[in-house]
Design a protein around this ligand. Structure first.
Ligand SMILES: [Ca+2]
Length: 135
């Protein structure tokens, strides 16, 4: 007996049809599984993206109050951290464009991906607005 319940031995057209249905079923399951994996991966990616891609901290070494800015978002004002940011983190594939004044005005500088435990000369306690540009 084969697994479809037909007598083993001669392969009947019915058995072939049965077998191809099984293959189609397996392909269907594989497809659904692959879709689920893709969905899970994209969900995970979305969750990872939900963690701020640009982070700003009140003190050096990522201490004190912080602000998270999601990918491809901008902040025209930093509120309580205006002129008080002393360290930043920039996610992979992101650039943080920082401005010395609100509304993306004044002197500007760009931070590539990485963790900056302190800011470059002239930028400590200066940032007032920013873009978090990610690709
Ligand atoms: Ca400023």
């Amino acid at each position: 007996m084969n697994q479809c319940g037909h007598p083993s031995g001669s392969v009947t057209p019915q058995a072939i049809e049965h077998g191809s249905r099984l293959v189609l079923l397996l392909l269907g399951i594989a497809s659904v599984f692959r879709t689920m994996v893709i969905f899970a991966c994209s969900t995970f990616a979305a969750a990872a993206a939900a963690a701020a891609d640009c982070e700003l901290f009140e003190h050096k070494d990522f201490a004190g109050a912080s602000i998270g800015v999601e990918r491809n978002q901008s902040l025209s004002r930093l509120g309580a951290l205006n002129d008080r940011v002393s360290s930043v983190k920039v996610g992979p594939r992101c650039l943080m464009v920082a401005f010395a004044e609100e509304d993306y005005r004044g002197t500007t500088t760009t931070f590539g991906p990485g963790n900056y435990a302190s800011l470059p000369e002239g930028w400590d306690d200066e940032i007032s607005s920013l873009h978090c540009n990610c690709r």
